[in-house]
Design a protein around this ligand. Structure first.
Ligand code: FAD
Ligand code: PYC
Length: 417
């Protein structure tokens, strides 16, 4: 059985999947929806769930070109944290971290959120000063973050080498104890099942190929590989592909798409108690509940829409991991994969209204949107329901690239771009 058909059967068993003939037996005309979400990742499914749950807007369709969670939601290294520098970002990411708490209960689906702590290693004076600045800024915003000496870092994460003669010596670390991991596909499935139970239609295997606007310029609906679907509200949440879809509406977006890769080792018994990120050497690592070491790399150095990155990028990452954790030098790597991330000039997302009436966008999360999943879904739903941004996402508008009010999170984004 192919992966796709296995996923579809699983979806069907959960009640989150409807096939084309089940939805529209006569195939035409397609019904008008109160809202359409383009993209069945965690963010899009979350938005559909919150539209239905919080605002009573249940006549919603989620349109996904592949299978649910098959984009970046199912391809990331699941790191959850909110230790971003600027006030706007701290509010945005901490809103999401707070929603992770209690999400399993809310969805009655175990999303396996584990607050095991995220530690960011400092290897040079710049790291040290930058992380300490982040710690102070975070604390002022009520976000936990603390400084550890090399010895304290080793106590928190015993496999870490703090040999001062190491190629990448550890000078200390910033620890966010509330940070951690969650299970990526559970989040997509949890939101999908809960949204479907509230009446949302989830349409897989259906790509949006065009956006139709009326004579007044406002949204009328979307063209898809399965025909036209009408709606006066369309929310685009299609990470990696956002600029292509916005172009369909006649909009140029300040985004570049890059491959980003990750890999896992063979499974071993519990050995790694937390998440460690090393921004300077482009490596981050945790251990999944299955026992695999989950390791992520930096982005490729060229733009691409391919869900596959260059081998030398992962080779560098594995070399760095072996330097920092000599214990893992004999481990075997099991598989690697890539996703496409869309990156803005200031490494912060765009979440809000667009110049086209009825068209909303959630994009530009780059290498770091998994942690934001519940928050992004919640805020996109708010913005679509009220036709205005929530105060948390208001600063993350498109206008900032015109008026210069950028929110530069290149350092906190943590992954090399
Ligand atoms: P997606 O899950 O990508 O969903 C978008 C969906 O839109 C896709 O399913 C796609 O098929 C669909 N789509 C696209 N075009 C169309 C179309 N024309 N019609 C219909 N559907 C369409 N973030 C973190 O916070 N922590 C991490 O540790 C982390 N690690 C990462 C590691 C890797 C290797 C990668 C690739 C990303 C990582 N990220 C991480 C980033 C994170 O995965 C993403 O920001 C987040 O998952 C985006 O979620 P989403 O729901 O917006 O996108
Ligand atoms: O944003 O924490 C993050 C992250 C880790 C790996 C990729 N993104």
């Amino acid at each position: 059985m192919t992966r796709f058909s296995a996923m579809s059967l699983f979806a069907k068993a959960l009640g989150a999947h409807k096939t084309w003939p089940e939805l529209w037996p006569d195939a035409s005309p397609k019904p008008a929806y109160d809202a359409i979400i383009v993209g069945g990742g965690g963010h899009g499914l979350g938005a559909a769930y919150y539209l239905a749950k919080k605002y009573g807007i249940t006549n919603v369709a989620v349109i996904e070109k592949g299978w649910l969670g098959g984009g970046n939601t199912g391809r990331n290294t699941t790191i959850v944290r909110s230790n971003y520098l600027y006030d706007e970002s701290a509010h945005l990411y901490d809103h999401a971290v707070k929603l992770w708490d209690g999400l399993s209960q809310e969805l009655n689906f175990n999303v396996m959120y584990s607050k095991r702590g995220v530690m960011m290693l400092a290897h040079n004076v710049y790291d040290l000063q930058s992380f300490q600045r982040h710690i102070h800024a975070n604390r002022l915003n009520g976000v936990d973050n603390e400084w550890l000496t090399p010895e304290e870092a080793k106590e928190y994460c015993p496999p870490l080498s703090i040999d001062p003669g190491a190629r990448y010596p550890v000078l200390g670390a910033a620890l966010q104890r509330r940070g951690g991991t969650a299970r990526h596909d559970s989040v997509a499935w949890g939101y999908a099942r809960a949204a479907a139970a509230l009446g949302v239609d989830i349409i897989q295997n259906c790509a949006v190929t065009g956006i139709r606007r009326g004579v007044d310029g406002a949204i009328e609906g979307v063209e898809t590989t399965r025909g036209y679907i009408a709606s006066k509200k369309v929310g685009v949440s299609a990470a990696g592909n956002s600029s292509v879809i916005m172009k369909m509406a006649g909009l140029d977006f300040p985004l570049e798409s890059y491959p980003l890769q990750a890999l896992v080792s063979e499974p071993v018994k519990p050995v790694f108690p937390c998440v460690v990120m090393s921004n300077t050497v482009h490596a981050y690592i945790s251990q999944s509940d299955k026992g695999e070491l989950v390791i992520g790399a930096g982005t490729d150095q060229y733009v691409s829409y391919s869900q596959r990155g260059a081998l030398h990028i992962v080779e560098h990452t594995v070399a760095a991991i072996c330097e920092i954790f000599p214990l893992f030098r004999r481990m075997r790597m099991l598989r690697n994969w890539g996703g496409i991330v869309d990156v803005t000039p200031d490494r912060s997302p765009i979440l809000g209204k667009t110049p086209v009436p009825g068209l909303y966008v959630n994009c530009g999360w780059g290498t770091g949107g998994f942690k934001a999943t519940p928050g992004a879904g919640d805020l996109l739903a708010y913005t679509m329901a009220k036709d205005e941004p929530h105060q948390i996402n208001a600063p993350f508008n498109l206008d900032r690239f015109r008026n210069g009010r950028l929110i530069d999170e290149a350092a906190a984004a943590a992954v090399a771009h």
